[in-house]
Design a protein around this ligand. Structure first.
Ligand code: G6P
Length: 489
């Protein structure tokens, strides 16, 4: 069976993301051990049977020597991964600098860095140059592995220049780009010195996707207001060429979480946790230790709740798992000590000789431990100041079919648009509101919890990651076919 224009049944999909879905650890000169990191994107694509996916990205390690590069390339090939080697200086300027010190905070409404103006301008330019250079290095690897008929799917704010680089190599390449963060209001985007270059580079793609309709609308407004192009219901038009722009909300592989709850090791873990926290309600926060996650605000709201509700003090515990991330970026280092300081103060204030109100861990958990924690939780607290989607809220819901716990969710997370009817929505900046939502959640009737959970569980199990990936790629194929038809007419 062949699709129009000779597309074979199992089309090859080249997924290009800054980070490969495996982490590599060097064990010897030519020895590598690889560990699959099953994030949202990985499980989305593992479930997609229609395409044959290959990954192109950075392995997260510096490999200066040729022997090491060769060995790693070989080991990765078995996992259908192709590495892009970035040296330390590029990583510093592109990844720590332009991506995580400039674009990431800006796209989450935290603004541009506030240092000395001249210094910023100087380092800004060199970081932007490194960003373009890194994107070109990704493009070189894609181009080397590309075969006619492949679909190339570029991911995230690290690779906004990639669609342009790829189309310069081959204007017929099918190129999609998807942003996993928010795209901010055009009034925020326009503060970025390289605002126009980035928009134009993204517009080289055939299809541009966002998690929510609002982010897509902001992007189109940025193109109309900053570049003076025409926005249409389909996307952005530039001299007769259309770039399709649309919303594709991501989901999770919900079956993977539901199945995990049946694993004996997870059941055992659930039993232990229940014994450990018997007589107390469990509140849970799981976040990367990132300023956008609103961890200090969440903890301060919990403190306010304890302050105002003395009867709850020995009956509730907050487990906050904060996974260290981007530890070379100074803003992230500051956040770690800030959070530790607040947790220490609150535990000192409300702890007893036998129990503390907050358990704070600076580390990640393995998948089974994570599922067990989700399953025993009474109230999950997701208080991101801004978040592209936030899949922790989805994972929590998937693991709660027995308990039917309550989700407190920031209205500034993309997930608020899909789980808003079942969650208690809060403004994370309003500590008083979050504190009173904690009370509302802990006191909620079983009937109300069941109703809210049902709504969210249905959404999470029907809007999966697999469906998200399939929809994006088939839309990309259709977009290219339509464009070809338009040219022929
Ligand atoms: C966010 C980004 C991803 C990124 C992830 C982890 O979810 O959208 O692109 O991979 O954070 O961050 P890291 O910098 O460790 O890759």
């Amino acid at each position: 069976w062949e699709r129009p224009y000779g597309r074979p049944f199992r089309q090859r999909l080249l997924v290009v993301a800054n980070r490969l879905p495996v982490s590599a650890v060097r064990r010897g000169e030519e020895m590598w051990s690889l560990e699959i990191s099953a994030g949202g994107l990985v499980s989305a694509l593992l479930g997609v049977k229609e395409f044959e996916a290959r990954w192109i990205g950075w392995a997260g390690v510096n490999v200066p020597d040729e022997a090491g590069q060769k060995a790693l390339t070989k080991a990765l090939a078995e996992k259908r991964c192709i590495p892009v080697f970035l040296d330390e200086d590029i990583v510093h300027q592109y990844y720590n600098g332009y991506c995580n010190n400039i674009l990431w905070p800006l796209f989450h409404y935290l603004g541009l860095p506030q240092e000395d103006r001249l210094a910023t301008t100087r380092s800004f330019q060199s970081q932007f140059d490194a960003y373009k250079k890194a994107n070109q290095m990704f493009a070189d690897v894609v181009n080397e592995h590309y075969e006619e008929g492949d679909v190339v799917w570029c991911h995230d704010y690290h690779l906004m220049f990639l669609p342009k680089c790829l189309k310069e190599y081959n204007s017929k390449m099918k190129v999609g780009w998807f942003l996993h963060t928010p795209f901010p209001s055009s009034e925020i985007h326009r503060t970025l010195p390289s605002r126009s270059d980035l928009l134009r580079a993204v517009l080289a793609a055939d299809l541009v996707g966002f998690h929510t309709y609002d982010y897509a609308r902001h992007f189109v407004s940025a193109c109309t207001r900053i570049l003076g192009l025409e926005g249409t219901p389909e996307g952005v038009e530039d001299q007769g060429r259309l770039t399709r722009v649309a919303a594709f909300p991501i989901g999770i592989d919900s079956d993977r979480f539901i199945r995990a709850l049946e694993v004996p090791q997870v059941q055992e873990h659930i039993k232990e946790l229940k014994e450990r926290f018997a007589g107390r309600k469990v509140m849970l926060g799981i976040d990367r230790l990132d300023m956008i996650k609103g961890i200090p605000q969440k903890i301060l709201a919990f403190e306010k709740f304890l302050e105002e509700n003395s009867t709850w003090r020995d009956k509730v515990v907050l487990l906050q798992i904060a996974v260290p991330t981007r530890t070379d970026v100074p803003e992230y280092q500051k956040l770690t000590s800030q959070v530790h300081e607040i947790v220490g103060r609150i535990n000192g204030r409300f702890g007893t000789l036998t129990a503390v109100p907050i358990h704070h861990l600076d580390r990640s958990l393995d998948f089974h431990a994570l599922c067990a924690l989700y399953a025993v939780t009474d109230v999950a607290l997701v208080t991101s100041l801004r978040d592209g989607m936030n899949l922790v809220s989805y994972e929590f819901v998937a693991c709660q079919d027995a308990k039917k716990g309550v989700l407190i969710l920031s209205e500034f997370a993309g997930a608020a648009q899909s789980l808003g009817a079942g969650a208690i929505l809060v403004n994370p900046w309003n500590i008083t509101e979050v504190a009173s939502s904690i009370g509302q959640a802990l006191n909620m009737s079983a009937e109300e919890r069941e109703k809210r959970h049902r709504h969210n569980f249905t959404h999470v199990t029907t809007h999966t990651a697999q469906e998200w990936a399939e929809t994006f790629v088939s839309e990309l194929n259709d977009t290219v076919v339509e464009a070809q038809l338009r040219i022929r007419q």
